[in-house]
Design a protein around this ligand. Sequence first.
Ligand SMILES: *Cc1c(COP(=O)(O)O)cnc(C)c1O
Length: 430
Amino acid sequence: MSHLAQHDSELFTILEKEINREESTLELIASENFTSQAVMEMAGGVMTNKYAEGYPGKRYYGGCEFVDEAENLARTRLGELFNAEYTNVQPHSGSQANMAALMTFLNPGDTVLGLDLSHGGHLTHGSPVNFSGQLYNFISYHVSKETGRVDFDEVAQLAKEFQPKLIICGGSAYPRFIEFEQFREIADLVGAYLMADIAHPSGLVASGLHPSPMPFCDVVTSTTHKTLRGPRGGIIMMGKDFENPWGKVAPKSGRVKKVSELLDSMVMPGIQGGPLMHIIAAKGVAFGEALKPEFKSYTKKIIENAKVMADEFLKLDYQLVSGGTDTHLVLVDLSNKNITGKLAELSLGKAGITVNKNMVPFDERSPFVTSGIRVGTPAVTTRGMGKLEIQQIVKWIDQVISDSENEENFSRIRLDIKTMCSSFPIYKNI
Ligand SMILES: *Cc1c(COP(=O)(O)O)cnc(C)c1O
């Protein structure tokens, strides 16, 4: 870091503040994690300098022999990790991965089913402010009020009524396993393609602790930076490649035989230019880590910690959407606690606990206010925290939420958290 310190003290100081924030507060945002120093070394390395439009062996630029090796290795490792015949590691983010997949399988105006954003879906699953909602005719399905789980009667009814060309399963605030098999049955009933977006649980899927979408879904997308603990980015996979059923033409390559070729060409040149080779290589490092047995012990602890967290909340009379969790996240409905998601997020932030406000199903408040918070255990588990720490964390959260005006309390908790965090350092020599 000495280069940056000498070269640009302004940004160096900002970076130092961020390092200090990450080290000394509790990160409970379910979509965040701390990637390894090996991943960061690759992500911060010289491959950022390289232009490599195209794919390994078929680039539009010279000098790609080593980035080709990196991308090929990343693809192979990813295929092994998820048991996928086809992999694409170039999407810059989860949203880009979804855009490329949707644009491959659909034409503008086609009908799609996706989980409603306020019921745990994602912007790219048909929100009117996102490309997905603007390009396609999205129909939202929901979770049931009683169970907090996807209402499959409604999914089946909507599928029959609207005859979607594709159904998306998965979301950003769904605490339970994604029910790939049940979605497949409904997709088959109406001849729809099935796409899984496993952005959130992909690390758990990779370890076999969450069911795999591969046997049931035509195409699977994910981020690499959530439970998978890699650098920020996206990926696309297919369990099995299949013949191009639409006679679709790929940008630049013309008529092609396989859907894999369509996906590749939709990522580049369809929606992206030069790939982020430093990030692709860093994804490869993360996939290598995820293939090791230690990663499975890690993801097992994520789930154990989330279950402890859910139990502690229930003991303190908190309402949890779906009554608990199968995964890394807990969605807390604060309706009976006399506080909005917005105020809870703000107050917890002052106390050194980072969460995000989140709509709960059937929320009567706006997305800017909300009645809930989403909390997750991937990041605190990475720094080594376990049952005792999680129990203490829930106590702190409850103290803040029960007395959300008490600034003195926040300062005291913030100090206690700083002390606890110092026993669980994230990075050494940084
Ligand atoms: C996080 C997320 C994404 C998007 O990822 P970005 O990298 O932020 O674009 C897509 N889908 C789901 C379900 C997500 O949770």
